[in-house]
Design a protein around this ligand. Sequence first.
Ligand SMILES: C[S@@+](CC[C@H](N)C(=O)[O-])C[C@H]1O[C@@H](n2cnc3c(N)ncnc32)[C@H](O)[C@@H]1O
Length: 281
Amino acid sequence: MIIELDSLDDSRLVDYTSLTDVALRKSLEAERGLYMAEGDKVIARAVNAGHTPRSFIMSKRWLEPLQPIIEQATGNSDGGDVPVYVASEELIEELTGFHVHRGALAAMNRPHLPELESFIGSHSSARRIVVLENLVNHTNVGAVFRSMAALGFDAVLLTDSASDPLYRRAVRVSMGTVFQVPWTRIENWPRSMQVLKDNGWITASLALRNDALTLDEFAQLPEVNAPDSKVALILGTEGDGLSNATIAHSDHAVVIPMAGEVDSLNVAAAGAVAAWELRLR
Ligand SMILES: C[S@@+](CC[C@H](N)C(=O)[O-])C[C@H]1O[C@@H](n2cnc3c(N)ncnc32)[C@H](O)[C@@H]1O
């Protein structure tokens, strides 16, 4: 149903408030099982990925271009039971607290995230995956997704305190690949690494250790080079890197040798370099 708004005095708009406070927004969205899709292209990608909208809000000029997507998502060009709020850009900005990219937002129901065992089971042909241990920065999370999509990786696993791939900054930096690359959360990390090992995954911690194999050495190991090898790359958090427990549990520690007295690469850059070296060929 299309609802034209001329004031913000509508309790159903609560999903769209307080969006600028990252922490609040995160907890509110997690609690309600929502995330915000911003702009026509992201909304279309989210709908094409099978995610369902709880409501839309947009300025009038976006209503017509978005109608095919609204119809695809709800079965009805006016949204059917799903509210489609139409308001001025100023009112939308007042409501959300930020300038809404391309004048449209959708409050989307979060997709169900399967547990690790069933995720691995339903991606049995996967050969290359990456694990993100507690990455805090949404830009890095988005950048990793983009690289993994581009370099042919099959999936991304995020430890439970890693940042949300569906946060608007992560979605934008990922160029929408968070809707393309399968992903889920993993609990009890690093103990749950055993699930990967039990399913034939070679686990490789990317870590700045003197005793680590270089990336070249690792890529040339017969078991990694084997045509049916399954490799899980593990990337560590921006500040402290991987925990000792993770490195100790994994099959190998792997380092990308650094030149020019540079300590380390940005985590997303390290992931891209390693993903290229370990690509299937
Ligand atoms: C910015 S680094 C963290 C640096 C941290 N001081 C450390 O010693 O690990 C974030 C993550 O990127 C990856 N990384 C960055 N540079 C790397 C390199 N040269 N070799 C292997 N992994 C690297 C690692 O997974 C690391 O945990």
